[in-house]
Design a protein around this ligand. Structure first.
Ligand code: RP5
Length: 222
């Protein structure tokens, strides 16, 4: 099959008549969510939110306030040619949407779910409990909160039987979640394997260049 087929959801997942929930980078801060200033009515009723555009990777977060950190995951995925489905779904505020999303994700072409939340961060576990897709959790340092330790423990301490692959708190975790998702997809995608190898090489080169620059500044003068 084509090298990039793992990154294209089945045609049946796309709804050309309704691209409304296709949160891309361009409209990331115009989510049309209930309660946004200037918008009196919900754009997407909770129980209809799970049926729109799809992608092989879904980046789900508990609040719009998480987007600033989770943009790192979206950007990293895009660097690998993956345009993720971005959703704002709360395990506590919109539990029905969380259930519907998780239960329909696989059928909609999603292969990996990245779930990020702060405070009592049950989102990743709540989604994982309703799907057998791999779920990668990103604990976030929400305010007011405990600096992300609250979310870390809520995300990582899953009972046996429902795993969540938990990343570091915050931006590093967001970026690593994207890379981990790419690594999962790369198992069946040679092109992604090659891109991952290039990414590692470029990363190592950057560190080596910085090392050389630092060494040259601290070298003893003749
Ligand atoms: C969590 O509560 C969200 O994931 C967010 O990190 C935190 C605070 O949410 P907001 O009050 O900013 O919407 O569910």
């Amino acid at each position: 099959r084509p090298a990039n087929s793992a990154r294209s959801p089945p045609a049946a997942c796309r709804d050309p008549a309704d691209p409304g929930i296709a949160f891309g980078v361009a409209d990331q801060y115009d989510l049309g969510l209930p309660g946004r200033p200037g918008q009196s009515e919900p754009v997407w009723p909770e129980t209809q939110m799970a049926s729109r555009r799809s992608s092989v990777v879904a980046v789900v977060m508990g609040s719009e306030s998480d987007l600033q950190v989770m943009q790192a995951a979206v950007d990293q995925l895009k660097e690998f040619g993956i345009d993720p489905l971005v959703r704002i779904i709360s395990a506590h505020r919109t539990p029905q949407a969380a259930a519907e999303f998780a239960e329909s994700a696989s059928g909609n072409g999603v292969q990996v779910i990245i779930a990020a939340a702060g405070m009592a961060a049950h989102l990743a576990g709540a989604l994982a409990s309703r799907t057998t897709l791999p779920v990668i959790g990103v604990p976030l340092p929400a305010e007011p909160g405990l600096g992300g330790l609250d979310a870390l423990l809520s995300t990582v301490q899953m009972p046996a039987g429902i795993p969540v692959a938990t990343m570091a708190i915050g931006k590093a975790g967001a970026k690593n979640a994207a890379l981990f998702a790419v690594e999962i997809l790369a198992l069946a995608d040679k092109e992604l394997q090659d891109r991952l190898a290039q990414f590692r090489q470029a990363q190592a080169r950057t560190v080596a260049d910085k090392d050389a620059a630092a060494a040259s500044q601290t070298a003893p003068r003749p």
